[in-house]
Design a protein. Structure first.
Length: 90
């Protein structure tokens, strides 16, 4: 499945992360979240940060998690701001 739309890419990532309609596959979820995030989708950025924070499908890396949360928060995504606070960034 291919899509250039960052919102569709994020939704595909969510499907793979949750196993909704497809076999659960964290590595595939990361692939789609990254495609979405790199196109500037704040939801993709948040989800990629969450995957880094939790070491799901990608090595645990709080520095990367903070960077992706920061990008999403800069676009006004409230729960990205909350995630940054949770990780000790203001």
């Amino acid at each position: 499945m291919q899509s250039e739309d960052p919102y569709v890419q994020n939704n595909l990532g969510w499907k793979y992360e949750s196993g909704n309609g497809v076999p659960r596959n964290d590595s595939e979820a990361v692939k789609w979240f990254r495609k979405s995030a790199e196109q500037g989708n704040p939801y993709g950025q948040f989800n990629l940060g969450w995957m880094y924070e939790n070491g799901r499908g990608i090595p645990h890396d709080l520095t990367q998690a903070r960077q992706w949360y920061q990008r999403a928060a800069a676009q006004g995504l409230g729960y990205a701001q909350e995630a940054m606070l949770r990780l000790g960034q203001q």
